[in-house]
Design a protein around this ligand. Structure first.
Ligand code: MRU
Length: 333
């Protein structure tokens, strides 16, 4: 693995999926092998493999995995269909997962080789798209801000780990740095599994990009104090009206950005835009286990019996979004 580019976040090797275990970073860079649908669904649910575009690639490869398992274990067509659906349903908010699972599943009648080729194509497209998106996003931010090197606030993890290639919001940040247009990054720690502290800080360090970590609740205040010239985030689903589902904590950054009069930009591939979902109200929001909030690193933090409201994502209404930048266009909701 190169120092600056994560080339093999996820891949297909000898009929199995190989992937970086994102729950082990930054302490360990370990590669896991997934051989069954059960193993893949478990990895998706536990955030071993995560981030909207990467979930799309995992879903695509998952169909190839299911076809191999069907051959090995003699599944009939309806069992294979049910297992493929299980992959699509593993996380409900990130539309890329369902989209790519269904796209690759449509090729099943053409045989295993065709399925594997279709899954590989999803992987290759994700890599290519992220660079175009990053460069377009950097150009947009420079144009929006019209100031010197930018201080950029971001949330969650949106780099190669989440997307392959350059990433979405983190790709935009990388492109800004490459142009000499970046001062530094402020990254939120991000719940539930500290994706910002563990993954974004690690990727930024790999890339040699100056950064500061902020506690999740600190973001709006830091923005109000003029600590950011712009906010850039990714998305798990963009509804047809421009409402954006992204990691819990995104909405408060958008409110703060509006109040401070700085741009709030969403960087996402076209495949994250869901024309079938009219608005944020109909985006399914993943509600995760209470223990992720009531415990810390496996040790109970809240009194026994405490319940949690552990939404993985929130919805930012379109009117708070300055622009959505994709590999093809800039959308101003
Ligand atoms: O729960 P996660 O870690 O999968 O959430 C990821 C995010 O919210 C990202 O911001 C999003 O997927 C957009 S870019 C990868």
């Amino acid at each position: 693995m190169g120092n600056h580019v994560l080339d093999d976040v996820i891949g297909w090797r000898d009929g199995h999926i190989i992937a970086i275990d994102q729950t082990a970073l930054p302490h360990q860079l370990s590669i896991i092998r997934l051989s069954t649908v059960d193993e893949l669904v478990d990895a998706i649910v536990r955030l071993v493999v995560r981030g909207a575009p990467l979930l799309g690639v995992a879903g695509a490869l998952g169909v190839a995995l299911a076809v191999r398992q069907a051959e090995r274990e003699g599944w009939d067509a309806s069992r294979l269909d049910a297992e493929v659906q299980r992959i699509a349903d593993a996380r409900p908010t990130a539309v890329n997962l369902r989209r790519e699972v269904l796209a690759v599943a449509a090729v099943i009648p053409d045989g295993a080789a065709a399925v594997e080729a279709a899954a590989r194509a999803v992987h290759d497209t994700a890599v290519k798209v992220s660079k175009r998106l990053s460069e377009r996003g950097a150009a947009l931010l420079v144009q929006e801000c019209r100031t010197g090197p930018l201080k950029v606030h971001t949330h969650c993890n949106t780099g190669a780990l989440a997307c392959l290639g350059w990433g979405t919001a983190l790709g935009v940040i990388r492109a800004l740095r490459d142009q000499g247009a970046l001062a530094h990054v402020i990254a939120d720690e991000t719940r539930p599994l500290l994706q910002g502290s563990r993954l974004t800080a690690w990727e930024l360090a790999q890339l040699g990009i100056e950064h500061y970590l902020a506690a999740d609740g600190a973001g709006p205040f830091l923005i109000a104090r003029g600590q950011a010239d712009a906010v850039v985030v990714g998305a798990d689903r963009v509804a047809a009206n421009g409402d954006v589902a992204n990691k819990i904590g995104t909405y408060s950054l958008a409110l703060a950005a509006r109040r401070a009069g700085i741009p709030f930009v969403v960087a996402a591939p076209e495949s994250t835009i869901d024309a079938q979902t009219p608005s944020g109200a109909s985006i399914p929001l993943e509600l995760r286990a209470d223990e992720e909030v009531t415990s810390f690193q496996g040790v109970r933090a809240a009194p026994e019996g405490t319940r949690a409201l552990n939404y993985a994502f929130d919805i930012t209404p379109a009117d708070l979004v300055t622009a959505i930048v994709t590999e093809d266009r800039v959308i101003r909701p």
